[in-house]
Design a protein around this ligand. Structure first.
Ligand SMILES: Nc1ncnc2c1ncn2[C@@H]1O[C@H](COP(=O)(O)OP(=O)(O)OP(=O)(O)O)[C@@H](O)[C@H]1O
Length: 310
């Protein structure tokens, strides 16, 4: 059973805006899923629906097998949410803020657990500081501590590193990796492709309220490992010559360019053999250049394809 099950989720806001269009997604226990999407894609709406903050227009969501509407309390108890906005009480001490969050979930006071959470987030020596005395990065950590205070099994992080400096971003990634080691299921939204590359097990791309792709990061990385050699021809071709059929070739630019896809991880790319074969087949070459696919290309390509179709 998936830890989070989202089926045909639709959200139409008052005023008629359709922020989610039939989203279905399964999130497995213990995985880190990064949801990548531009501004306004529907990421926060999706998270809010799972956390029971936004009421879906249609569809069904289960967390740990509990329906988020019919069985709200059981589902909500399993979920921790780190919101995008910093919404902390400035004069409250760090430790009280975190204790209070635990209490809101009806959990008995457990100072040993709160200490463990604060230590994990390097907040223990700040436990008696008022929130307003903390740096922005530390405040974000307090948001995570609050979200973890009631021992959730699933943690949603809504753009955890927006506006955070590079060093702190790396710290945050390490924290997320540690939570995963503790068995917490993590869903984070981000604009940063490098963030998805750094920590996710799976990457989902969302745009205009639709999931365009969900794929293991490792298979995306394999695709990213694909490079293209583009061979500009002296004379255009109408078809790839039979003599070159052993190569993975396609024609582009109206037959003016031969595109050869090869794997950067392979021992031999086949480029030298291709060049020999081209000359053997009497195909004259004007220029060659290479192009690397990145996660960014895949992302931009998917999003722009959808924009074109709209
Ligand atoms: N309460 C609301 N009423 C009407 N429209 C809303 C409401 N909340 C969000 N929207 C719209 O729904 C769309 C999706 O918003 P959402 O906040 O889910 O996107 P997002 O992917 O989280 O974006 P960002 O990366 O900018 O946070 C946006 O066009 C937004 O303007």
């Amino acid at each position: 059973m998936a830890m989070v099950e989202i089926r045909d989720l639709q959200k139409v806001y008052d005023g008629g805006f359709e922020a989610l269009k039939s989203v279905s997604l399964d999130i497995q226990e213990g995985e880190i899923l990064a949801l990548l999407g531009p501004n306004g894609a529907g990421k926060t709406t999706l998270i809010s629906a799972v956390c029971g903050i936004t009421l879906p227009t249609a569809g069904r969501i289960r967390v740990g097998g509990h329906d988020v509407i019919d069985d709200y309390r059981a589902a909500r108890n399993l979920v921790g949410l780190v919101p995008q906005e910093i919404n902390l009480e400035p004069f409250e001490k760090v430790i009280n803020t975190v204790r209070f969050s635990r209490g809101l979930f009806g959990k008995p006071r457990d100072d040993a657990f709160i200490e463990q959470v604060l230590r994990k987030l390097s907040l223990w020596d700040k436990k008696d500081s008022p929130i307003r005395a903390l740096s922005g990065g530390m405040k974000r950590r307090v948001l995570i501590a609050k979200a973890l205070s009631h021992e959730p099994r699933v943690l949603f992080l809504d753009e955890p590193t927006a506006g955070v400096d590079v060093e702190l971003r790396r710290d945050m990634w390490e924290t997320v990796a540690e939570l995963k080691r503790d068995g917490v299921t993590i869903i984070l939204t981000t604009h940063y492709i490098e963030e998805a590359e750094a920590i996710a097990d799976r990457v989902g791309v969302i745009n205009r309220g639709q999931i365009l792709l969900v794929e293991e990061k490792s298979s995306l990385m394999t695709r990213m490992g694909q490079k293209e050699l583009r061979v500009d021809l002296a004379e255009p071709l109408t078809a790839v010559p039979d003599a070159l059929s052993e190569f993975d070739l396609a024609l582009d630019d109206g037959g003016q360019t031969l595109v050869f896809a090869y794997d950067t991880a392979a021992d031999r790319s086949g480029i030298a053999r291709l060049m020999t074969a081209l000359s053997g087949a009497g195909v004259a070459v004007r220029d060659v250049h290479t192009r690397q696919n990145s996660l960014e290309d895949i992302f931009v390509g998917l999003v722009s394809k959808q924009e074109d179709a709209a």
